[in-house]
Design a protein around this ligand. Structure first.
Ligand code: ADP
Ligand code: MG
Length: 235
């Protein structure tokens, strides 16, 4: 059974359908890619899944339980965590404190310090752990944002362009991290423009264009799909 199931989701902004009858799913232990040109609806779909935007129709199920009407806090208690395309860190707080704030909301709040120490180690953030978040290069800030999501011990992790601003080495280390999270049983959904990263780490890729799912399949199939190529070329 899929950990996340989205079906028939429609969201309109005025006359513009940002999402039109969208379905997708994500499974434990797998990395699901969500790609598509700018404006395709990827971030809006994350908003719907995380409870920040109510769809005009459709359903969201987490672990078989319908959560369509639950707010973001309740969904986070059901194991969902996300990052934002635009960084949402506390700029003046240190990296460690940004993570602590999140860990104290999670199921390990009594061992928040230990949980944070483990994430700092896992993400290779030891050298910057005392630095204020707003002094970090974007690529590192994105890792902190991922760390903050991990601090609530999610079963479903939604990542919105986490590798934007990372250099090649950082992206390679990030790919290894994603693989290990999935190997530990997490369901990961990755929105990302770096096609090299998407095609190398994802088990399955969903493609959105103009609010509709236009293709679903393994990376090697999606990479050669003519409909997908046409969407990216602005056909
Ligand atoms: P993506 O993340 O794939 O680039 P978005 O989900 O951000 O796409 O946007 C999908 C569509 O919805 C775009 O046409 C965008 O302009 C529109 N949109 C997104 N958020 C809003 C909003 N708050 N108000 C009006 N239109 C929006
Ligand atoms: Mg987006």
């Amino acid at each position: 059974m899929a950990l996340l199931e989205v079906s028939g989701v429609t969201v309109a902004f005025g006359g513009n359908r940002a999402l039109d009858d969208v379905g997708m799913s994500a499974e434990q232990g797998r990395i699901t890619g969500l790609i598509g040109p700018n404006g395709a609806g990827k971030s809006t779909l994350f908003d719907v899944v995380s409870g920040l935007r109510r769809p005009s129709s459709g359903r969201v199920r987490l672990g078989g339980r319908e959560v369509t009407r639950l707010g973001p806090a309740r969904r986070s208690r059901h194991g969902l965590a996300r990052t934002f395309q635009r960084l949402e860190l506390f700029g003046r707080l240190s990296v460690r404190d940004n993570l602590l704030v999140a860990a104290e909301l999670g199921p390990e709040r009594r061992q928040a310090e230990r949980c944070v120490a483990r994430i700092i180690d896992q993400l290779g953030l030891a050298e910057v752990s005392d630095s204020p978040a707003d002094t970090l290069p974007t690529g590192v800030g994105r890792l902190v944002e991922v760390g903050r999501a991990l601090a609530v011990r999610p079963t479903l992790l939604l990542l919105d362009e986490p590798a934007a601003g990372q250099d090649g080495d950082e992206t390679e280390r990030f790919a290894t991290l994603l693989r290990s999270l999935a190997d530990d049983g997490m369901a990961v959904v990755l929105v990302e423009h770096d096609m090299g990263l998407v095609m190398s780490v994802c088990d399955e890729v969903h493609v959105l264009d103009l609010g509709k799912v236009i293709a679903v399949g393994p990376p090697e199939v999606i990479r050669n799909d003519e409909t997908v190529l046409a969407a990216y070329l602005g056909d």
